[in-house]
Design a binder for this molecule. Structure first.
Ligand code: PXG
Length: 442
């Protein structure tokens, strides 16, 4: 049945799609064939406004010339260089550029190919750090309920989304979870950081008392949780976590896979909240989503702890064939150039109040039970249809797609994270489009 010459596939069976309702999709496929700036074009020729920056990654908008040119040029010049015991200049140049925009003290970078790999790399760095320091009893990892840290075994172990965990056995041992911070009863319709829930950070003290600090290597949290439906940290929460970790010698890891590269109007959420973790996990916006790549930032204290022993010896037994791949490095440098030249991080900060006002204008739409926002992130939570969780939001997603708007849903929550190049007029267009969908969906 297949027609391999045709650009539009007519047999969709072979590809088992990720995090997708495969049978529903294959009955009514949604395929993009082109993208430019704020818009996608579908295979049936429609234009769709991108309200989600792809999957939280296309922060500079689509098919940006500097990035596409850099990739083409690099592919023709040096396609691949072995990553172990050899190198190429752009991986080093990129690391320097990244350190320049990172919080003070984040002086070293390890490369990966995705957010999931960045998470597992960070967890391994944390465990190994304590061990090289002679503190090898620190083997526990603490995550948080409703946390999303990718899909690899480390990430789902510290993660707190039940459906991502329950099929996969016992996962890593020695992991515990803090409670999540979602308190809709007290914080619904908050603009920015919620008032209530900062004290939930002291739950970490309880966990430390239970296990003893001497057994705990690291705590990992998303500064703003994205995948689980946009959970914004209550006022004071992250600072308290930092203090407790410092007091007990526990490393604090920020998973900034969605908050990294300007989403909150600063390069990283660590700067937005003025809380300095020990490790920052990134991916997505690093290359504008164009080429798979992640980066894990560590402090000099962590890096330097490994730099002992004979100089001919490998210091850290970890890395990927594609760590710092030349084409990915070139894409990332061009992405950072685009962010810098167009002032996109500052643009996100400037647009944030307009974004907030526009989103909260949806408060009176049918079934809306909460709206929350920070930087250029927004969430609209809908009351679930009785006995059919997720259906109301998924139906809104389908209707939005049909009417030319890309939104993202998780559970019964609509999550929004447009490219940072969005204009005020396009924010209005997106919000009006969502209003129509919510009314039609009533
Ligand atoms: N950590 C965080 C905080 C993430 O949001 C990952 C790790 C994993 O990254 P990779 O590159 O391995 O997928 C993520 C990914 C959504 C959505 O719609 C979010 C992600 C991925 C796909 C969809 O919320 N986050």
């Amino acid at each position: 049945m297949s027609n391999r010459l045709n650009a539009t596939p007519n047999d969709l069976r072979a590809f088992w799609m990720p995090f997708t309702a495969n049978r529903q999709f294959k009955k009514e496929p949604r395929l993009f064939v082109k993208a430019k700036d704020m818009h996608y074009t579908t295979y049936d020729g429609r234009t769709v406004l991108d309200g989600t920056a792809g999957l939280w990654c296309v922060n500079a908008g689509h098919c940006r010339p500097l990035i596409t040119e850099a990739i083409a040029e690099q592919a023709g010049e040096l396609d691949y260089a072995p990553a172990f015991q050899l190198g190429h200049p752009k991986a080093f140049e990129l690391a320097n550029r990244l350190v320049d925009i990172a919080p003070e003290g984040m002086n070293h970078v390890l490369y990966t190919n995705s957010g999931s790999e960045s998470v597992d790399t960070a967890l391994k760095v944390a465990l190994a750090y304590h061990r090289v320091k002679g503190d090898g009893s620190r083997t526990r990892l603490i995550g948080r309920e409703r946390g999303y840290h990718g899909v690899n075994f480390g990430g789902i172990s510290v993660g707190g989304i039940v459906s991502n965990r329950k099929m996969f056995g016992t996962l890593l041992t020695g992991v515990d979870h803090m409670p999540h911070t979602h308190m809709p009863d007290k914080n619904a319709f908050t603009k920015g950081e919620p008032e209530h829930g900062g004290d939930l950070a002291t739950e970490l003290e309880r966990i430390v008392t239970l296990h003893d600090a001497s057994t705990i290597a690291a705590v990992i949290v998303e500064p703003v949780a994205g995948s689980t439906g946009v959970l914004i940290p209550p006022k004071g929460y992250l600072k308290k976590l930092r203090d407790i970790c410092t007091k007990h010698g526990i490393l604090l890891i920020f998973d900034e896979v969605i908050t990294g590269y300007g989403r909150l109007g600063t390069p990283f959420a660590a700067q937005y909240f003025d809380v300095m973790p020990d490790i920052i996990v990134t991916a997505k916006g690093l290359t504008n989503g164009v080429i798979p790549m992640g980066a894990v930032f560590v402090t000099s204290a962590i890096h330097d702890a490994f730099m002992s022993g004979p100089e001919h010896m490998i210091e850290f037994f970890h890395g990927y064939t594609y760590s710092g791949n030349p084409i990915a490095s070139a894409a990332a440098i061009a992405t950072l150039d685009t962010y810098r030249d167009e002032g996109l991080f500052a643009r996100a900060a400037t647009l944030a109040p307009y974004w907030e006002k526009a989103l909260h204008s949806l408060a009176d739409c049918p079934h809306v039970i909460d709206i929350r926002n920070i930087g250029l992130i927004g969430a609209i939570e809908l009351s679930p249809i009785s006995g059919e969780p997720t259906k109301r939001a998924f139906s809104a997603f389908l209707k939005a797609y049909e009417s030319g708007f890309l939104i993202r849903t998780t559970g019964d929550i609509i999550a929004l994270s447009p490219p940072l190049i969005i204009t005020e007029a396009q924010i209005d267009e997106l919000v009006d489009g969502i209003r129509k969908v919510l009314v039609a969906n009533a």
